[in-house]
Design a protein around this ligand. Structure first.
Ligand code: FMN
Length: 347
C-alpha cells in the first residue's frame, strides 16, 4: 500500500520520456547527496505533545512578511514545458489555487508576464552572469511581471557534472522551451557565463537594481549564512541543489539546525532537498525552518498537468495537518520543541 504522493515518481515514469526523467532524477557525480536527502528527514524522531486542543490547526506561515496557506513553496526548476506543454502556467495556476508560493527559474520556458498574469504569488530565481549588467533586462522583466523577491542561487559557479545514462536531454530539447526570458543570443555574449566571483556585494547590487528583497539559495554552512544576513539577505535557503552540484555535500537536514542558530531572528531560513511527505515537512519545521521548498515532487506532479500539481498541494497539506495534529501542534510555531535529542539525523 502506497500513498498517491509516494507514487509520484513512478507515475511520472509511465508518462515522461526517459531522458526527461533522468534529467529530473539525476544528481551530480555518484549522486551520493541526492540519495541521502530523502533518508535524512526520516531519521528524525519526534516527541509529540498530547492533551492539547488540535481541533483547529493552521499550517500557514509568513514568507517575507506575507502569509501563505502552505508551509512550503515550489522550488525553481527548469524544463517545465518539456515535462508538460502547459509547463510553468500549470504550475502557477495550481499553486495560486492553493494560495501557495512559486519560485520561477530564470531558465523558465514561459514569459514572466504570463506567469504573473495567473495571479500566483511568485519569486524570481536568478543566477548571475560574469558580466552582471547582462542580467539587468531579465531582472527588470521579472519586477515588471510582479516578482516579489529575488532568489540568488549561489551554489553554481559551474554546473556540477552529471553522468547521463542514455541520451542527454540537451541533445533533444527545443530551445524555445527554456530560457525565454533572456534576449536573443544572450548565451553567446561575452560575460554571459555564470559568475565565479559571487560575493556579499552582489546582494546589494541585486537589491538596488530590483528594489526587491533578496533570498540566498544554496547555503549549507552557518558562517556563510551569517555573512549573507550581514550583507542584507532577507532569507537564507539551505540547499545542496537537490544533490546536483557538489556531490557528497551534507544533507540539508543535517545542515539546517546550525544555520537556524547562526541566523537567529535576523532573517528567515528555508530548506529544500528530499522533502517528500508531511512527516518530512514536520521534521524541517521542527528543526527551525520557516518554510520548506519542493524541487522534484512538483515536476513529477506536473507530468499529470495542473490537476497533478493541485493534488500534490492538497495531499501534502492533508499529511502535514495530520502530522501537526498527532504531534499536538496547532501551528508551525508550536513545532520547534518536537525533536527528540539528539536532533541531528544519523546519516
Ligand atoms: C529538474 C531540476 C531543475 C532544477 N533547476 C533549477 C534552477 O533552474 N535553478 C535553481 O536554483 N535550482 C534548480 N534546481 C534545484 C531545485 O530548486 C531544488 O534546490 C532541489 O531540486 C531540491 O531538492 P528536491 O528535488 O529533492 O526537492 C533544479 C532541480 C531539478 C530537479
Amino acid at each position: 500500500m502506497t500513498t498517491w504522493l509516494a507514487g509520484l515518481e513512478e507515475r511520472a515514469r509511465a508518462v515522461l520520456p526517459a531522458p526527461v526523467l533522468e534529467y529530473v532524477a539525476q544528481g551530480a557525480r555518484e549522486s551520493v547527496s541526492t540519495a541521502e536527502a530523502v533518508a535524512s528527514w526520516s531519521a528524525f524522531r519526534f516527541l509529540p505533545h498530547v492533551m492539547r486542543d488540535v481541533t483547529d490547526v493552521d499550517p500557514g506561515v509568513e514568507l517575507l512578511g506575507r502569509r501563505t496557506e502552505l508551509p512550503w513553496g515550489v522550488a525553481p526548476t527548469t524544463l517545465q514545458r518539456v515535462v508538460h506543454p502547459d509547463g510553468e502556467l500549470a504550475m502557477a495556476r495550481a499553486t495560486a489555487a492553493a494560495s501557495g508560493l512559486l519560485v520561477v527559474s530564470s531558465n523558465a520556458g514561459t514569459p514572466f508576464a504570463e506567469i504573473g498574469a495567473t495571479g500566483v504569488r511568485w519569486w524570481l530565481q536568478a543566477y548571475l552572469p560574469a558580466d552582471r549588467t547582462l542580467a539587468e533586462p531579465m531582472l527588470a522583466g521579472a519586477v515588471e511581471a510582479g516578482a516579489e523577491a529575488v532568489v540568488l542561487t549561489v551554489d553554481t559557479p559551474v554546473v556540477g557534472t552529471k553522468y547521463a545514462v542514455g541520451e542527454s536531454i540537451w541533445a533533444t530539447v527545443d530551445p524555445a522551451l527554456v530560457r525565454v526570458n533572456f534576449g536573443p543570443g544572450h548565451e553567446e555574449r561575452p560575460g554571459a557565463d555564470k559568475a565565479t566571483d559571487l560575493g556579499p556585494h552582489d546582494l546589494d547590487w541585486l537589491r538596488e537594481s530590483t528594489g526587491l528583497p533578496v533570498v540566498v539559495k544554496g547555503v549549507l554552512r552557518p558562517d556563510d549564512a551569517r555573512r549573507c544576513v550581514d550583507a542584507g539577505a532577507s532569507a537564507v535557503w539551505v540547499s545542496n541543489h537537490g544533490g546536483r552540484q557538489l556531490d557528497r555535500a551534507v544533507p540539508t537536514a543535517a545542515a539546517l539546525p546550525d544555520v537556524v542558530d547562526a541566523v537567529g531572528a535576523d532573517a528567515q531560513v528555508y530548506v529544500d532537498g528530499g522533502v517528500r511527505s508531511g512527516l518530512d515537512v514536520l521534521a524541517a519545521l521542527a528543526s527551525g525552518a520557516d518554510a520548506v521548498f519542493l524541487g522534484r515532487p512538483p515536476v513529477w506532479a506536473l507530468a499529470e498537468g495542473e490537476a497533478g500539481v493541485a493534488r500534490l498541494h492538497a495531499e501534502l497539506l492533508a499529511e502535514t495537518v495530520e502530522a501537526l495534529r498527532l504531534a499536538g501542534c496547532r501551528r508551525v510555531a508550536d513545532t520547534r520543541d518536537l525533536l527528540a535529542a539528539p536532533a541531528l539525523p544519523a546519516t
